[in-house]
Design a protein around this ligand. Structure first.
Ligand code: GLU
Ligand code: MG
Length: 451
């Protein structure tokens, strides 16, 4: 046992921690976990915790699909290995600590379905090109009374107003304190537009930390909500006919610590490489969103006019654009420019989502792409002919269209690798078969408490 792990075990035991929850995200964006006592940590770090391989072919409703040949039997074992240097004692669940985990094969070799490994490869690829990506999530969610049964929003009152946060004062206070203790940087927190809706923006990090913290933020929000008699829904859509919950993904790209999305001579201060990064994202957007907003609930969320990225275009500070450039300015100071991906939500595995975003953007830089002209309006208010003239199309809006976009894009499919890409397809098809027998209201209800 390494000295560090021994010290961690002693420290956690001293703090009264009885369990370390090791978490990963599956192909539905659902967090799965195993919990071990502190004295079990050394062996977990050395040889992992047993997990069933079909975890990669669970659909959103915990059914195992046998539509992917590679994992077609109930036999086998994979090992969940905690990232020991990322263990956090959970403020808000004082008896527990938390760590992200990686899934390895039973012999310790790489397991092709491990999402962390997929992201690590793209981070390494960016580094080999001399590029660094930073990423930050904006997390929208809706709160209801825990015992309400049906969803009953915790507030009304003006959107973005302090009355919305006052309605959940104790929760908000605990949440901000717990996030700070759990090492998650907060940009801002506010009452959002939808019924019972809030938004938490977390500070940008390296991609692996951003994905880890996205999972930890969920845990922290759920725990604070439970303590205050509330229940949080992160579902892409909580009720039909209302706004959805986007988990907008902001990324920036830099070389030698200089942000390439600002300070250039291109449109809105983009450098040539920064413009190429944006153009790469735009080129691969249909396949990217098959991973970043993959569920049948995602499709119900992404509607024109709901600021959720229904059309494939970009625009500076345009909330209706799938890719919103947040330009830099002298007032904001150096390093702040980023690109926001709107078609991104809680049903995405954050490791896979970041991996495909990085791959698309870096490929744009490598291919020296230039983006089309930006759009400042809402193309949903235009005629078909106007949209056609501007080359603006609806992004995939059915499971079949999403899967075709992914399968038809060798660059993005290769990011997942053949085995994982096929497992991902099988899971999406299983979800689609489930949804085909249900009304939109039932589909929305079936996803409400999954994330
Ligand atoms: N709630 C919207 C969504 O589904 C986003 C609103 C906003 O831009 O903050 O993505
Ligand atoms: Mg928002």
């Amino acid at each position: 046992m390494s000295k560090d792990v021994r010290a961690t075990v002693a420290e956690l035991a001293d703090q009264g921690v009885v369990g370390i929850t090791v978490a990963w995200a599956d192909n539905n964006g659902i967090t799965r976990s195993r919990t071990v006592p502190p004295r079990g940590l050394p062996s977990a770090v050395r040889t992992g915790i047993g997990v069933t391989p079909p975890c990669a072919v669970f659909d959103s409703h915990d059914a195992i699909t046998f539509g992917h040949k590679g994992l077609g039997t109930p036999s086998g074992d994979v090992r969940l290995v905690p990232e020991a240097d990322r263990i956090v004692r959970l403020s808000g669940q004082s008896g527990f600590a938390w760590a992200p985990g990686r899934l390895v094969a039973a012999d310790g070799s790489d397991w092709p379905y491990d999402p962390r490994g997929v992201l690590e490869r793209q981070v390494a690829r960016a580094a080999a090109a001399g590029l660094t990506v930073r990423a930050g999530y904006e997390i929208e969610f809706q709160l209801t009374a825990a015992d309400a049964g049906e969803f009953r929003p915790v507030h009304d009152g003006p959107s973005y107003g302090p009355l919305r946060t006052l309605a959940v004062d104790g929760f908000a206070e605990q949440l901000l304190r717990d996030l700070d203790h759990n090492g998650i940087g907060v940009h801002q927190f506010h009452g959002e537009y939808g019924p019972g809706q809030f938004e938490l923006s977390i500070t940008a990090q390296d991609p692996l930390t951003a994905a880890d913290q996205q999972l930890l933020a969920r845990q922290t929000i759920h725990a604070a909500a439970r303590t205050h008699g509330l229940r949080a829904s992160f579902a892409p859509l909580v009720e039909t006919g209302t706004v959805g919950n986007g988990w907008h993904l902001h990324t920036s790209i830099s070389r030698d610590e200089v942000n390439l999305l600002e300070g250039g001579s291109g449109p809105h201060g983009l450098t040539d490489d920064g413009a190429a990064y944006l153009a790469g994202l735009l080129r691969d957007l249909p396949a990217v969103l098959a991973v970043t907003a993959p569920s049948v609930a995602s499709l119900l969320r992404r509607r024109p006019g709901f600021w959720s990225g229904a059309y494939g275009f970009w625009g500076p500070e345009n909330r209706e654009a799938a890719l919103r450039l947040v330009p830099g300015s002298p007032f904001l100071g150096a390093g702040r420019a980023n690109v926001e991906l709107k078609p991104s939500d809680a049903s995405a595995n954050p490791y896979l989502a970041l991996a495909v975003v990085i791959a698309a953007g870096i490929a744009g830089v490598e291919d020296r792409l230039t983006p089309p002209d930006p759009v400042q309006q809402d193309p949903g208010t235009w005629t078909d002919a106007e949209r056609a003239a501007a080359g603006i199309r609806l992004l995939p809006s059915t499971v079949d269209e999403q899967l075709a976009a992914l399968a038809g894009n060798a660059r993005i499919s290769a990011v997942l690798g053949a085995e994982l890409a096929d497992a991902f397809r099988a899971v999406r098809e299983s979800d689609a078969a489930w949804a085909a027998q249900r009304s939109p209201d039932e589909v929305v209800a079936g996803h409400r408490w999954l994330y």
